[in-house]
Design a binder for this molecule. Structure first.
Ligand SMILES: [Zn+2]
Length: 206
């Protein structure tokens, strides 16, 4: 059972309730209505590509702190509960590597069970805008743009990062899930969808 005993809203001891096809912990106070669905978290990371000497290179940072200190990974981190995904990933790239980049599309995501929470890890492709890689010597111990060939000779490049870079290199920018124009950063939601849908595929009357 999950390690939660009291209602986070009103501090009543939680009781087991059958809801939505399974037992869940819930607040006995019906005016409160809290139901514990579990712990969920969202991670995000950025594939920022830049061409150097006719070779596409991806931005990597080296972790300065545990866990996995010394390994190389895409810049990224956790999405704050009051922050939109696209804002979060652009912020992490700036904070971790001093690179300005703008979200282009989603090239993949991973859903993972078994950690402290059920985690979705989104991998975005970002367009490089400006800046040179920097690191702070604490959270990050190095940062730079590297080709897949160079990564073969680097120790500790995380597999999921390499996978994301390969996804980005094998597909054209904008072919993944892109921010729909119906969504706006001024609003509290973002809608991601595939572009260039041909209506005749799904609507034979057209
Ligand atoms: Zn409650």
């Amino acid at each position: 059972m999950p390690k939660i005993n009291f209602c986070p809203r009103c501090a009543e001891p939680l009781v087991t309730t059958y809801d939505g096809g399974r037992d869940r912990l819930a607040c006995p106070d019906s005016s409160c209505g809290f139901i514990y669905f579990g712990d969920f978290s969202i991670g995000c990371s950025a594939v920022v590509l830049r061409e150097e000497d006719n070779v596409q290179k991806a931005l990597l940072i080296q972790r300065g702190q545990e866990p996995f200190a010394g390994t190389w990974q895409l810049p990224g981190g956790y999405v704050e509960y009051d922050e939109l995904l696209a804002v979060a990933v652009e912020r992490e790239v700036q904070e971790e590597a001093a690179i300005e980049a703008k979200v282009r599309d989603v090239v993949g995501f991973r859903h993972m069970l078994g950690g402290p929470s059920s985690n979705i890890y989104m991998i975005f492709r970002l367009d490089y805008v400006g800046g040179e890689p920097q690191y702070d010597g604490e959270e990050t111990s190095d940062a730079g743009f590297f080709s897949l060939e160079e990564m073969k000779h680097m120790v500790g490049v995380q597999n999921i990062s390499r996978w994301g870079i390969e996804q980005a290199l094998q597909t054209s920018p904008g072919s993944g899930l892109t921010i729909d124009k119906a969504g706006s950063r001024a609003q509290k939601w973002l809608l991601f969808g595939l572009e260039d849908l041909d209506p005749s595929i799904w609507n034979p009357t057209n």
